[in-house]
Write a protein that binds this ligand. Structure first.
Ligand SMILES: Cc1cc2nc3c(=O)[nH]c(=O)nc-3n(C[C@H](O)[C@H](O)[C@H](O)COP(=O)(O)O)c2cc1C
Length: 162
C-alpha cells in the first residue's frame, strides 16, 4: 500500500508550470481554478487535458458549461494563481477578464490562453480528467518567464543567464 502523505510529497517533486482555468459560473461571473495538472495531449486534433477535483465548484461549472479557457501564467501573476486557488466565489475580484465571442471568460493577462470546448471527460479517482479541444489560441507575445510550481511553492522561473 502506498502512503498518501508519501505519495503527495513525492508528487511535489515534479516541477510544472501554473495555469488558471476559467469557466462561466452561469450567473455572469467567473469560476475556475488554479491547476498544474495540465498537459498537451494531441496535435491533430489539437487537444489538451486538465484534471479537476470532483469536490470543486469548478467541476460543477465545467460539467454544465462544457467550455473553458486555460491560461499559462507568467512570473508576475502569483496573485492571480493564489486568487484562483481559493475555494468559493469571487475568485476574479480585482482580475481583469472579458467574455470571448463564444461566451467563455478569458483573463486579460496571460502568457498563452487556450479557449477550449470540452471533448471528453473520464473519471480518474477523486479527480475528473477533462479533455478539451482547442478552438482558439491567444499569445501575449512576451518573453516573460513562466510561473512554476515545485514542492508546494509557486515561484518565478529564474532564467539561466540571470
Ligand atoms: C499551484 C496549484 C495547483 C493546483 N492544481 C490543481 C489541479 O490541477 N486540479 C485541481 O482540481 N485543483 C488544483 N489546485 C487546487 C484548486 O486550485 C482549488 O482547490 C480550487 O480553487 C477549487 O476551487 P472551487 O471549489 O471554488 O472550484 C491547485 C492549487 C494550486 C495552488
Amino acid at each position: 500500500m502506498v502512503d498518501i502523505a508519501q505519495f503527495r510529497e513525492a508528487m511535489g517533486h515534479f516541477a510544472s508550470g501554473v495555469t488558471v482555468v476559467t469557466v462561466s459560473d452561469g450567473e455572469g461571473g467567473v469560476g475556475g481554478l488554479t491547476a498544474n495538472a495540465f498537459s498537451s495531449l494531441s496535435l491533430e486534433p489539437p487537444l489538451v487535458l486538465i484534471c479537476v477535483d470532483n469536490l470543486s465548484k469548478a467541476r460543477e461549472y465545467l460539467d454544465r458549461e462544457q467550455a473553458f479557457t486555460v491560461h499559462f501564467l507568467g512570473d508576475h501573476q502569483e496573485e492571480v494563481a493564489l486568487a484562483f486557488a481559493r475555494r468559493g466565489p469571487d475568485k476574479a475580484d480585482g482580475v481583469d477578464w472579458n467574455l470571448s465571442a463564444r461566451g467563455t471568460p478569458v483573463l486579460a493577462d496571460y502568457l498563452v490562453a487556450l479557449e477550449c470546448q470540452m471533448e471528453n471527460a473520464m473519471e480518474g479517482g477523486d479527480h475528473m480528467i477533462i479533455v478539451g479541444r482547442v478552438l482558439d489560441i491567444r499569445t501575449a507575445g512576451t518573453e516573460r518567464p513562466p510561473l512554476t510550481y515545485y514542492r508546494g511553492q509557486i515561484n518565478a522561473l529564474v532564467p539561466k543567464d540571470s
